[in-house]
Design a protein around this ligand. Structure first.
Ligand code: OXC
Length: 311
């Protein structure tokens, strides 16, 4: 069975990978992803310098998913660039995604300049949608700021790049954001980051469950699948065909992956459920996907990718 997926000129054995932030902060975690069945992996969103992130508790599993306010804890940009360079030297036929999330536009430009002048051959992900840094709005909800940063980036940046978007909930916003993204030579857009600033409450203790921002945090898992699928579909149908879509949100099993692919995703990321099960999840989900494809008589993902039917 052919599970091959592509982003730009890169080909991956299968469409599965981690969602940035999950199982990818430490070298040991990245090593485990490397050894897993995932088609590739993405590193934790980096800031120029190492960050501790928000106070704990800051990630809690809740009945239908998770709530988090990590606040971009990471080991600093150089660590993830070095890791990625080592990975590509050891595995010349493979590449990974390198995620960055500066605290401001200048941070992003500084990191992108370093990537541009490095030997990095993989794909950069510009995270425009972290909901968890107190006082920092999500750039992806500011259409002017999004267009401005992309214009600044493409004045010099020559390498493959995609953007990680927050979820949108209005057709006007799908239209406006897609029109902006279509102006740039992006390789992909990633839909979606967590649904920002939800509030999960523990009724017994009558309290919030995470400490930062008085309990407000990004929601992931089953809660967000319909929103994620809507965003994948909305951007798949609006973006120029050379811009791929990566689907992220609510993936727990092969059926969820199938649905993201049907909506048009090239790659499908797993976050909350990866945090729960660990990297062996990729074996299970891949075999579930193959079972569904076999039942439906599909030999390759391209047989059904994007072909969601109307009624
Ligand atoms: N999305 C992000 O982009 N970052 C993390 N959480 C999230 O939901 C974080 O570090 O807070």
């Amino acid at each position: 069975m052919n599970l091959t997926s592509r982003i730009s000129n890169f080909e991956f054995e299968n469409p599965l990978m981690n969602a940035s932030g999950v199982w990818c902060k430490e070298a040991e975690q990245l090593d485990e992803l490397k050894r897993s069945q995932a088609g590739t992996f993405v590193t934790k969103s980096a800031t120029p310098q190492q960050r501790e992130g928000n106070p704990s508790p800051r990630y809690v599993e809740v009945p239908l998913g998770s709530i988090n306010s990590m606040g971009l804890p990471n080991k600093g940009f150089d660590f993830y660039l070095d890791y990625s360079l080592r990975y590509q030297n050891e595995n010349p036929e493979k590449i990974n995604f390198l995620s960055i999330a500066g605290m401001c536009a200048d941070d992003n430009l500084e990191m992108l300049k370093k990537i541009d002048s490095s030997d990095f051959k993989g794909i950069t992900e510009l995270n425009l949608s972290c909901p968890n840094v107190p006082g920092k709005p999500q750039v992806g909800y500011d259409f002017e700021a999004t267009e401005k940063i992309l214009s600044q980036v493409y004045e010099f940046f020559q390498k493959p790049m995609g953007v990680k978007l927050p979820p949108y909930f209005d057709f006007a916003h799908f239209d406006q954001m897609a029109a902006i993204l279509n102006k740039f030579p992006l390789q992909y857009v990633n839909c979606i980051n967590s649904v920002g600033n939800g509030l999960y409450i523990d009724t017994d203790s009558e309290s919030v469950v995470i400490k930062p921002k008085d309990g407000f945090g990004g929601i992931g898992g089953a809660y967000v699948k319909p929103t994620a699928l809507a965003n994948v579909r909305a951007f798949y149908t609006r973006l120029d065909s050379q811009i791929a879509v990566i689907g992220c949100g609510g993936v727990e099993n092969g059926r969820d992956v199938f649905e993201h692919l049907l909506c048009g995703a090239q790659m499908v990321q797993i976050g909350t459920q990866l945090a729960k099960e660990g990297p062996q999840i990729f074996d299970r989900v891949l075999s579930e996907l193959q079972t569904i494809m076999k039942e439906k008589g599909y030999n390759s993902i391209d047989d059904f990718r994007g072909k969601l039917k109307s009624i």
